[in-house]
Design a binder for this molecule. Structure first.
Ligand SMILES: Nc1ncnc2c1ncn2[C@@H]1O[C@H](COP(=O)(O)OP(=O)(O)OP(=O)(O)O)[C@@H](O)[C@H]1O
Length: 267
Protein backbone atom coordinates (compact mmCIF):
# COMPACT_ATOMS: atom_id res chain seq x y z
CA UNK A 1 0.00 0.00 0.00
CA UNK A 2 1.26 3.45 -0.83
CA UNK A 3 0.17 6.56 0.99
CA UNK A 4 0.58 9.64 -1.08
CA UNK A 5 1.95 12.73 0.62
CA UNK A 6 -1.05 14.76 1.67
CA UNK A 7 -1.44 18.00 -0.18
CA UNK A 8 -0.41 20.54 2.40
CA UNK A 9 -0.07 24.24 1.87
CA UNK A 10 -1.60 25.94 4.88
CA UNK A 11 0.21 29.16 4.20
CA UNK A 12 0.08 31.74 1.60
CA UNK A 13 2.84 33.39 3.61
CA UNK A 14 6.57 32.83 3.41
CA UNK A 15 8.18 29.44 3.63
CA UNK A 16 11.18 29.05 5.93
CA UNK A 17 12.56 26.13 3.94
CA UNK A 18 11.82 24.55 0.60
CA UNK A 19 13.23 21.14 -0.25
CA UNK A 20 12.73 19.99 -3.81
CA UNK A 21 13.34 16.46 -5.07
CA UNK A 22 16.17 15.99 -2.61
CA UNK A 23 18.20 12.81 -2.93
CA UNK A 24 21.15 12.22 -0.61
CA UNK A 25 23.50 9.26 -0.74
CA UNK A 26 25.71 8.58 2.24
CA UNK A 27 28.33 6.15 1.11
CA UNK A 28 26.44 3.22 -0.36
CA UNK A 29 23.23 4.16 1.42
CA UNK A 30 20.50 6.24 -0.18
CA UNK A 31 19.44 8.18 2.93
CA UNK A 32 16.90 10.40 1.19
CA UNK A 33 15.12 9.65 -2.04
CA UNK A 34 13.37 12.44 -3.96
CA UNK A 35 12.06 14.23 -0.89
CA UNK A 36 10.08 17.42 -1.47
CA UNK A 37 8.95 19.33 1.58
CA UNK A 38 7.94 22.86 2.51
CA UNK A 39 8.41 24.27 5.99
CA UNK A 40 5.99 27.13 6.65
CA UNK A 41 7.28 30.12 8.58
CA UNK A 42 5.93 30.62 12.07
CA UNK A 43 5.16 26.95 12.63
CA UNK A 44 6.63 23.88 14.23
CA UNK A 45 7.15 21.14 11.69
CA UNK A 46 8.11 17.76 13.10
CA UNK A 47 10.09 15.22 11.13
CA UNK A 48 8.90 11.86 12.37
CA UNK A 49 10.43 8.57 11.35
CA UNK A 50 12.13 5.47 12.69
CA UNK A 51 15.89 5.14 13.15
CA UNK A 52 17.72 5.45 9.88
CA UNK A 53 14.83 7.14 8.07
CA UNK A 54 16.90 10.16 7.06
CA UNK A 55 15.77 12.77 9.60
CA UNK A 56 19.29 13.81 10.60
CA UNK A 57 20.40 13.68 6.99
CA UNK A 58 17.67 16.14 6.03
CA UNK A 59 18.59 18.51 8.87
CA UNK A 60 22.30 18.20 8.06
CA UNK A 61 21.56 19.00 4.43
CA UNK A 62 19.70 22.12 5.53
CA UNK A 63 22.78 23.02 7.57
CA UNK A 64 25.08 22.56 4.60
CA UNK A 65 26.87 19.67 6.30
CA UNK A 66 25.86 17.11 3.72
CA UNK A 67 25.96 17.60 -0.03
CA UNK A 68 22.87 16.52 -1.94
CA UNK A 69 23.22 13.95 -4.68
CA UNK A 70 20.35 15.64 -6.48
CA UNK A 71 17.68 18.20 -5.83
CA UNK A 72 17.60 21.65 -4.32
CA UNK A 73 17.29 23.23 -0.88
CA UNK A 74 16.54 26.84 -0.06
CA UNK A 75 16.20 28.29 3.40
CA UNK A 76 14.77 31.66 4.31
CA UNK A 77 14.47 32.34 0.59
CA UNK A 78 18.19 31.89 0.01
CA UNK A 79 20.67 29.19 -0.96
CA UNK A 80 21.80 27.25 2.11
CA UNK A 81 25.27 28.78 2.53
CA UNK A 82 24.06 32.33 2.17
CA UNK A 83 21.29 31.78 4.73
CA UNK A 84 23.73 30.18 7.17
CA UNK A 85 26.19 33.07 6.84
CA UNK A 86 23.41 35.48 7.81
CA UNK A 87 23.23 33.90 11.27
CA UNK A 88 19.46 33.53 10.96
CA UNK A 89 19.60 29.74 11.26
CA UNK A 90 20.32 28.04 14.55
CA UNK A 91 20.69 24.40 15.45
CA UNK A 92 20.85 21.92 18.25
CA UNK A 93 22.56 18.80 16.91
CA UNK A 94 21.64 15.32 18.07
CA UNK A 95 25.01 14.83 19.72
CA UNK A 96 26.22 18.06 21.21
CA UNK A 97 29.88 18.82 20.80
CA UNK A 98 30.19 20.37 24.24
CA UNK A 99 33.30 18.96 25.81
CA UNK A 100 32.45 17.85 29.33
CA UNK A 101 35.93 18.66 30.56
CA UNK A 102 36.14 22.05 28.92
CA UNK A 103 35.85 24.87 31.45
CA UNK A 104 33.03 26.77 29.77
CA UNK A 105 29.97 27.85 31.68
CA UNK A 106 26.34 27.60 30.63
CA UNK A 107 26.23 31.39 30.18
CA UNK A 108 29.31 31.27 27.94
CA UNK A 109 27.68 28.62 25.77
CA UNK A 110 24.60 30.81 25.42
CA UNK A 111 26.81 33.82 24.64
CA UNK A 112 28.08 31.92 21.57
CA UNK A 113 24.64 32.63 20.11
CA UNK A 114 25.44 36.36 20.24
CA UNK A 115 28.38 36.03 17.84
CA UNK A 116 25.97 36.94 15.10
CA UNK A 117 25.85 40.40 16.68
CA UNK A 118 29.26 40.68 18.33
CA UNK A 119 31.42 38.99 15.68
CA UNK A 120 34.15 36.65 16.86
CA UNK A 121 36.27 39.29 18.60
CA UNK A 122 34.21 42.16 19.99
CA UNK A 123 33.58 42.04 23.71
CA UNK A 124 29.95 41.34 24.60
CA UNK A 125 27.93 44.45 25.34
CA UNK A 126 25.45 44.93 28.18
CA UNK A 127 22.75 44.14 25.63
CA UNK A 128 24.43 40.81 24.81
CA UNK A 129 24.72 39.94 28.49
CA UNK A 130 21.05 40.82 29.03
CA UNK A 131 20.09 38.62 26.09
CA UNK A 132 22.00 35.70 27.62
CA UNK A 133 20.38 36.21 31.02
CA UNK A 134 16.95 36.42 29.45
CA UNK A 135 17.51 33.32 27.32
CA UNK A 136 18.66 31.26 30.30
CA UNK A 137 15.66 32.54 32.25
CA UNK A 138 13.28 31.48 29.50
CA UNK A 139 14.52 27.91 29.62
CA UNK A 140 14.39 27.94 33.43
CA UNK A 141 18.13 27.71 34.00
CA UNK A 142 19.07 31.04 35.56
CA UNK A 143 20.49 29.23 38.55
CA UNK A 144 23.04 27.25 36.50
CA UNK A 145 24.38 30.23 34.51
CA UNK A 146 27.84 30.05 36.03
CA UNK A 147 28.06 26.25 36.27
CA UNK A 148 30.34 24.38 33.91
CA UNK A 149 28.42 22.84 31.05
CA UNK A 150 29.95 19.43 31.77
CA UNK A 151 28.40 19.43 35.23
CA UNK A 152 24.86 19.72 33.89
CA UNK A 153 22.46 16.89 33.16
CA UNK A 154 21.71 15.91 29.57
CA UNK A 155 18.29 17.61 29.72
CA UNK A 156 19.82 20.80 31.16
CA UNK A 157 22.48 20.84 28.46
CA UNK A 158 19.81 20.59 25.80
CA UNK A 159 17.96 23.51 27.38
CA UNK A 160 21.22 25.51 27.45
CA UNK A 161 21.60 24.83 23.73
CA UNK A 162 18.03 25.98 23.16
CA UNK A 163 18.89 29.15 25.12
CA UNK A 164 21.82 29.65 22.73
CA UNK A 165 19.32 29.55 19.83
CA UNK A 166 17.19 32.14 21.65
CA UNK A 167 20.16 34.42 22.24
CA UNK A 168 20.98 34.14 18.55
CA UNK A 169 17.47 35.42 17.70
CA UNK A 170 17.46 32.99 14.81
CA UNK A 171 14.51 32.86 12.45
CA UNK A 172 14.82 29.13 11.77
CA UNK A 173 15.67 26.52 14.40
CA UNK A 174 16.78 23.07 13.27
CA UNK A 175 16.62 20.69 16.21
CA UNK A 176 17.72 17.06 15.96
CA UNK A 177 16.02 14.76 18.47
CA UNK A 178 15.95 17.40 21.21
CA UNK A 179 13.88 15.26 23.58
CA UNK A 180 16.21 12.29 23.79
CA UNK A 181 17.05 11.63 27.42
CA UNK A 182 14.97 14.59 28.59
CA UNK A 183 12.75 14.37 31.67
CA UNK A 184 9.09 15.41 31.52
CA UNK A 185 9.72 18.78 33.22
CA UNK A 186 12.47 19.79 30.81
CA UNK A 187 10.40 18.64 27.88
CA UNK A 188 7.47 20.78 29.00
CA UNK A 189 9.68 23.88 29.32
CA UNK A 190 11.25 23.15 25.95
CA UNK A 191 7.90 22.83 24.18
CA UNK A 192 6.56 26.00 25.85
CA UNK A 193 9.58 27.98 24.64
CA UNK A 194 9.20 26.64 21.11
CA UNK A 195 5.53 27.56 21.15
CA UNK A 196 6.36 31.11 22.24
CA UNK A 197 8.95 31.38 19.50
CA UNK A 198 6.63 30.30 16.74
CA UNK A 199 3.87 32.55 18.09
CA UNK A 200 6.38 35.35 17.54
CA UNK A 201 6.88 34.28 13.92
CA UNK A 202 9.97 32.08 14.24
CA UNK A 203 10.08 28.61 12.68
CA UNK A 204 11.23 25.26 14.03
CA UNK A 205 11.95 22.02 12.20
CA UNK A 206 12.39 19.25 14.73
CA UNK A 207 13.24 15.60 14.26
CA UNK A 208 11.98 12.96 16.62
CA UNK A 209 11.01 9.34 16.75
CA UNK A 210 8.83 9.93 19.83
CA UNK A 211 5.19 9.85 18.88
CA UNK A 212 4.21 10.92 22.39
CA UNK A 213 5.46 14.49 22.02
CA UNK A 214 4.22 15.08 18.49
CA UNK A 215 0.66 15.95 19.36
CA UNK A 216 1.68 18.60 21.88
CA UNK A 217 4.42 19.96 19.71
CA UNK A 218 3.65 19.91 16.04
CA UNK A 219 1.68 22.18 13.77
CA UNK A 220 2.44 19.74 11.01
CA UNK A 221 4.20 16.40 10.71
CA UNK A 222 6.40 15.16 7.91
CA UNK A 223 6.72 11.39 8.02
CA UNK A 224 9.99 10.21 6.60
CA UNK A 225 11.28 6.85 5.65
CA UNK A 226 13.95 7.66 3.16
CA UNK A 227 11.05 9.04 1.18
CA UNK A 228 8.39 11.44 2.36
CA UNK A 229 5.53 9.17 3.38
CA UNK A 230 3.06 11.90 4.33
CA UNK A 231 3.01 15.55 5.35
CA UNK A 232 0.19 17.40 7.00
CA UNK A 233 -1.58 18.25 10.26
CA UNK A 234 -0.97 15.89 13.19
CA UNK A 235 -4.41 14.28 13.16
CA UNK A 236 -4.19 13.50 9.47
CA UNK A 237 -0.66 12.10 9.44
CA UNK A 238 -0.37 10.07 12.62
CA UNK A 239 -3.25 7.73 11.83
CA UNK A 240 -2.67 4.01 12.45
CA UNK A 241 -2.85 3.37 8.72
CA UNK A 242 -0.18 5.90 7.81
CA UNK A 243 2.04 4.93 10.75
CA UNK A 244 1.90 1.28 9.79
CA UNK A 245 2.82 2.26 6.26
CA UNK A 246 5.72 4.25 7.65
CA UNK A 247 6.99 1.28 9.61
CA UNK A 248 6.20 -1.25 6.92
CA UNK A 249 8.08 0.76 4.32
CA UNK A 250 11.18 1.28 6.38
CA UNK A 251 14.55 0.55 4.87
CA UNK A 252 15.48 -3.16 5.15
CA UNK A 253 18.25 -2.61 7.71
CA UNK A 254 15.95 -0.78 10.08
CA UNK A 255 13.17 -3.31 9.56
CA UNK A 256 15.45 -6.17 10.54
CA UNK A 257 16.53 -4.37 13.69
CA UNK A 258 13.01 -3.66 14.91
CA UNK A 259 10.88 -6.44 16.31
CA UNK A 260 7.87 -4.48 17.48
CA UNK A 261 5.67 -1.55 16.68
CA UNK A 262 6.03 0.74 19.68
CA UNK A 263 3.19 3.06 20.53
CA UNK A 264 5.30 5.78 22.04
CA UNK A 265 8.53 5.54 20.13
CA UNK A 266 9.14 4.47 16.61
CA UNK A 267 12.04 2.04 16.51
N1 LIG B 1 27.99 9.67 8.20
C1 LIG B 1 27.35 8.68 7.59
N2 LIG B 1 27.99 7.83 6.77
C2 LIG B 1 27.35 6.83 6.14
N3 LIG B 1 26.04 6.59 6.28
C3 LIG B 1 25.35 7.38 7.09
C4 LIG B 1 25.95 8.46 7.79
N4 LIG B 1 25.00 9.09 8.52
C5 LIG B 1 23.86 8.42 8.29
N5 LIG B 1 24.06 7.40 7.44
C6 LIG B 1 23.03 6.46 6.95
O1 LIG B 1 22.01 7.21 6.35
C7 LIG B 1 20.74 6.65 6.68
C8 LIG B 1 19.90 7.74 7.33
O2 LIG B 1 20.48 8.05 8.59
P1 LIG B 1 20.01 9.30 9.46
O3 LIG B 1 20.97 9.43 10.59
O4 LIG B 1 19.79 10.46 8.59
O5 LIG B 1 18.58 8.78 9.99
P2 LIG B 1 17.73 9.24 11.24
O6 LIG B 1 16.32 9.11 10.83
O7 LIG B 1 18.18 10.56 11.71
O8 LIG B 1 18.09 8.12 12.31
P3 LIG B 1 18.11 8.22 13.94
O9 LIG B 1 16.68 8.33 14.38
O10 LIG B 1 18.71 6.89 14.32
O11 LIG B 1 18.98 9.38 14.30
C9 LIG B 1 20.99 5.46 7.58
O12 LIG B 1 20.98 4.30 6.78
C10 LIG B 1 22.39 5.72 8.11
O13 LIG B 1 23.06 4.51 8.38
Amino acid sequence: MTVQPLPYSPHTGPLAAVVTDLTVDRGQVRALDSVSLTVPSGEITVLLGPNGSGKSTLLQTLLGLVTPTAGAVRILGQPVRKALRSGRVSTVPQKDALDEGFPITAAEVVMQGRRRFTGAWRRPSAEDRDAVTEALGRVGLTRVASRRIGELSGGQRRRVLLARCLAQEADLLLLDEPFNGMDAGSEEVYIDVLRELTAAGRTALISTHHLGTVERLADSVALLNGRLVAHGPVAETTTPQILSTLLGARPPAAAAAADHTAEEALP
